[in-house]
Design a protein around this ligand. Structure first.
Ligand code: G1P
Length: 284
């Protein structure tokens, strides 16, 4: 069972400007909770207990969100707003979180490497909060299942339309039983260079060997230390499996995907769903 999970959350959120000028993109709300909370809850529901959040300049709101706000809790309590009080105090106590700063934007691979002192020599997970998952069995748990079965690294995959492969890390894979064994991967390829239409969707379980590879790695595309390059090297040394996830995923890292996620989760929301459906019908 993998218990440690890294959340790279130092990115500048340029795809979301101006909304992210003063607000971390991880704090943008889908319906009534910030993106990062969905990903944290998914990890916790998958048995992951130790979180390392890699943040940067302007990301203090994330720390505040998962911290105890005694003033807010007591004013909600005194006002008899029990439901809100419960929710606010639950969030502050839900997880054990260590924060580390990525001081320069040197890429996703570098962000993961910043968490190394907290990881030790064991398998660990990485979760990108701008991919929002809705599934019966949490996606991280689906990865845990494959890791328990194989003892190896495993990466969540999803098919994407060919005209979207340029947004993702795209894998090349061979079928091995009911799993996919990854043989190579390329970050944000042009459609004609893409080895498939299977995209990595921001949920990973890695062997600790990945950290050694990242530590040796030179910057590539965009002058950044790319996680995808390190995974490709790892896959040459030891098995790395891919799992096409069961469930829905929303790429909330761009405004359109974010809007779609809000509509989808709004429609199924226990409190707002029915009214929202009627309001949408009126709008259409
Ligand atoms: C990152 C990864 C990419 C992955 C994607 C998932 O890209 O580098 O391999 O497919 O997340 O959303 P980013 O969205 O940070 O550009």
């Amino acid at each position: 069972m993998v218990t440690k999970v890294v959340f790279p959350a130092a990115g500048l959120g340029t795809r979301f400007l101006p909304a992210t000028k003063a607000t971390p993109k991880e704090m943008l709300p889908v319906v009534d909770r910030p993106l990062i909370q969905y990903a944290v809850e998914e990890a916790l529901a998958s048995g992951m207990t130790d979180i390392v959040m890699v943040t940067g300049r302007g990301k203090r709101a994330i720390e505040d969100h998962f911290d105890i706000s005694a003033e807010l809790e007591s004013s909600l309590h005194q006002a008899g707003k029990d439901e809100l009080y419960q929710e606010v105090s639950r969030i502050a106590r839900m997880a054990k979180i260590a924060y580390v700063r990525q001081k320069q934007a040197l890429g996703l691979g570098h962000a993961v490497l910043c968490a190394q002192p907290w990881l030790g020599n064991e398998f660990f997970a990485v979760s990108l909060a701008d991919e929002l998952m809705v599934s019966e069995r949490p996606v991280m748990q689906q990865l845990q299942d494959v890791h328990a079965q194989t003892g190896c690294s495993v990466i969540a995959l999803s098919e994407v339309p060919v005209d979207e492969v340029h947004r993702y890390g795209i894998v090349q894979a061979n079928k091995e039983g009911d799993l996919l064994r990854l043989t190579d991967m390329v970050e944000k390829p042009d459609p004609e260079d893409a080895p498939s239409n299977l995209a990595m969707i921001g949920r990973y379980i890695f062997s600790p060997r990945l950290l050694d590879i990242l530590a040796q790695q030179q910057p590539s595309v965009g002058n950044e230390i790319q996680l995808t390059d390190a995974i490709a090297l790892l896959a040459q040394e030891e098995p790395v499996y891919g799992l096409i996830i069961q469930g829905q995923r929303f790429d909330t890292g761009n405004p359109l995907g974010f809007l779609i996620a809000n509509v989808a989760l709004g429609l199924t929301h226990p409190k707002y769903g029915d009214d929202f459906r009627h309001a949408l019908q009126d709008l259409l």
